[in-house]
Design a protein. Sequence first.
Length: 445
Amino acid sequence: MKQFITETHKEKAITSLERLIKVPSYLQDSVDGAPFGQDILDSLTECLALFKEEGFSTFIDPDGYYGYAEIGEGTETFGVLCHLDVVPAGDVSLWDTPPFKASVRDGAIYGRGVQDDKGPTIAALYAVKSLLDAGVTLNKKIRFIFGTDEENLWRCMEQYHQKEQGIDMGIAPDANFPVIYAEKGLLQSYLTGVGSSDFTFEGGAALNVVPDTATYTGEKADAIAESLTQLGYEFTQDGSTISVKGKAIHSKDAPIGINANTRLAEAMIPHYEHPALHLLGGVIKDDANGVSLLGDVRDEASGALTFNAATVSISPQETKIGLDIRIPVTIEKEQLAHDLAEKTKEFGFAYEEFDFLDSLYVPVDSELVTTLLGAYRDMTGDMREPMISGGATFARTMENCVAFGAMFEKTKDTMHQANEVWQLDEMEKTMEIYAEAIYRLCGKK
């Protein structure tokens, strides 16, 4: 195998990533031509300028939803699906260095987006550039597609599909190695019902995270504290307010998290009659696979369904429960949603779908998966099998597309956290793997 990545490519990758990190491209109020805020549009513009400097032709959607850069020739298109939006920095005091100023130290680069997804985007850019610099002729057109709303509702890709052609095959550099050939369907929904004037209940902040805190305020705090103690659940009390502790984790991994919402509801059942408490604390409890409501939903291709009662708000006006469900790849959403609506209707709740992303499944014996896996194994010696994920990447928005890297088995996952970091040796190895894989798929032999 030829070594395509040079020291020059490694150096340019760092300086280019620094350019992207400095733009705080998280969702803000829309302005003319910038549906997700001016900073996200500026990030897209800067990224396209960078690619143009490296010899790519570029295009930006006139409405500001997406852009792309492409190079090469041929009747087929190989896509690299990236996203330039990031989550906010959060509590800046927890960062050792400014989140939107890349910092290189101790063999690593820090900054919001270095892992998710600006760093892998740059790694893929210089993988392709290294092939061109080595004189490789491409037999496919390579198109980098830049989304700008991945961290929220994927409205960028909805617009892309309305206006553009699809691809013949591709990757999303936004997950883990060796290769993810199946991603479960993602169903997010809300249950609404009667509120309560006897207490308030607030838990969870996001649908895609198992809630680590749920808070009760009311006159029966002491009694609920006693119930929590008997159950062995961790909590704190401040007068009439109780906060139950859980363990936050991504919804795709809900079975290994601890749901603070259901724990608090379970402790409240002896003290209040309310349908939400009986649903959450009496039926669901610690069931993170949805068996209690939907039965044992699983398939051979991708395993069991995962279920997260992610957000709960009970006020005098209403009860609202937010659910995040990851559906096995061969299971139809329509029947599942019908069953869920009927079951929760028994508790007086109205069901409303909030968001749905269809599953991804590319056979493990396909040319795409076998070629990517072969390149990865040859470059690393890691013989792990291709994987299934409950996560969601842009790969599922295209036919014959999979998530491929950029995180290794031992990579510390700092996505969405303070001091987001990517080790430079991992970044360089990713570039080498991408170069070899794209060469095998797109290089003229």
